[in-house]
Design a protein around this ligand. Structure first.
Ligand SMILES: Nc1ncnc2c1ncn2[C@@H]1O[C@H](COP(=O)(O)OP(=O)(O)OP(=O)(O)O)[C@@H](O)[C@H]1O
Ligand SMILES: [Mg+2]
Length: 396
């Protein structure tokens, strides 16, 4: 069928034709925005989930809800190597200027800009990385201590108070939040603590890998009382069927039930894989309905595409020791894996796994779902490891 009108959208952050199975978390989001607007305190939301489950598209949807609810928004993605301050400053500046243009008396917006200017003075970066252009004197003694855990909360307070003065609300969206360093994550948590204590209208919505709740809890033990950590996972069978069937319906096309069940079996309901299979099946089908034979026929191409792209980009960033480690895990099935079992199968001591394990966590390949356990952050990665390294050799 015509690839030009193919409704499926496999890709990073590509909005799906049907955002299936996320009603509950979206409802939670609406409640958060509504409560904060009404001066009620409510936990901020940090979405956690594996690669390709739809965290980014959900965050984008949440931003749309915030905008419709008259919030001013900031949306950033944390790269692996850039400081939180540098990331936020241009957006906060834009936001304060927006507030400045709104009608309203008082000097809190000017103060917000002055505090931002102080804060900028503490960020040790080349001047040209941030366009200053703030025609205002810094407010000495606020947000300029050089300690992010003190300065970021002061800055957030100043921004939130400026928003109140103009009858506005602020929602900050941060994707890939697990890439923040410890200090930055702590500062963000302290800042949100302050927002909650003072019931200021600034909310945080983040998304990251499942290591996030652990990282947050390690930084500040009260993090669990400040944030909800909704678990964004694979779709259930009816949700996966909806994600496939609904988008094609408007073209007068349908999947046969056996085709849907086969896609569900192969994808285990993981959203990114659903989009890939839907996309390829559509392109291969001559006409409606899309049947089991077409899905089976598409599967080989889909798996090849996944192996060459989605899985391969991650695999290529690994050292040979790390590959061995992951291959050993894959030998044990789909996980989670006990670290001791992985060591056993490699015939090495658990302590010698330490460095590789730490690097794999840092690279975002594995995480620890519970003490002594490990799991892949990429769904179906165990199958890929067995395909790409068919021979498993024990060291030594
Ligand atoms: N609820 C959903 N229903 C159907 N498809 C979805 C859903 N959520 C996401 N997708 C699809 O899944 C793919 C991955 O989405 P997205 O990039 O948001 O995932 P992610 O969790 O941010 O992944 P990563 O951790 O790699 O950044 C996209 O192709 C998107 O269209
Ligand atoms: Mg993402």
């Amino acid at each position: 069928m015509d690839p030009i009108i193919n409704p499926f959208s496999p890709g990073a952050g590509a909005p799906p034709p049907e955002l299936a199975g996320r009603k509950e978390v979206l409802e939670q989001t609406r409640i958060l925005f509504g409560r904060v607007k009404n001066n009620r305190s409510e936990k901020s939301i940090l979405l956690t989930g594996l690669r390709g489950v739809g965290k980014t598209v959900l965050l984008n949807e949440m931003e749309r809800i915030a905008l419709a609810d008259e919030y001013r928004t900031i949306l950033v993605e944390v790269p692996e190597n850039k400081s939180l301050g540098v990331l936020l400053v241009p957006h906060l500046r834009r936001l304060l200027y927006e507030l400045d243009r709104l009608a309203g008396a008082g000097n809190k917006v000017r103060r917000g800009l002055a505090v931002l200017k102080s804060f900028i003075g503490t960020i040790k970066v080349k001047v040209d990385e941030i366009e200053f252009g703030l025609d205002i004197d810094p407010e000495m003694g606020t947000a300029d201590s050089g300690d992010l855990e003190i300065d970021l909360p002061s800055l957030f307070v100043a921004v939130a108070e400026a928003a109140i003065e103009r009858g506005s609300y602020v929602a900050i969206f941060i994707d890939e939040i697990q890439y923040l360093n410890k200090k930055e994550l702590s500062a963000l948590i302290v800042a949100m603590h302050k927002m909650q204590q003072r019931q200021l209208p600034l909310v945080l919505l983040g998304a990251g890998l499942p290591i996030l709740p652990g990282l947050a809890g390690e930084s500040k033990s009260y993090a669990e009382r400040l944030f909800n950590f909704p678990d964004i996972g694979a779709l259930s069978e009816p949700e996966a069927i909806e994600a496939l069937q609904d988008p094609v319906k408007e073209y007068g096309v349908a999947f046969e039930e056996s085709a849907l069940l086969e896609i569900f079996r192969l994808t285990q309901g993981y959203p990114y894989f659903l989009q890939e299979w839907g996309y390829q099946a559509w392109n291969r089908a001559e006409s409606s309905p899309i049947d089991l034979a077409i899905v089976q026929n598409a599967s080989e191409a889909v798996i090849r595409r996944l192996d060459e792209n989605f899985f391969r980009v991650r695999f290529n960033r690994l050292t040979s020791g790390e590959k061995q480690f992951l291959r050993a895990m894959a030998q044990l099935g789909s996980g989670p894996y006990r670290t001791s079992d992985t060591a056993d199968i490699m015939k090495i001591k658990i302590s010698s796994l330490g460095p590789n394990r730490a690097n794999l966590i840092k690279k975002g390949m594995v995480y620890s779902p519970s003490h002594g356990n490990m799991a892949f952050t990429v769904p179906l990665f165990d199958e890929f490891m067995r395909r790409t390294m068919p021979e498993f050799e024990v060291n030594g």
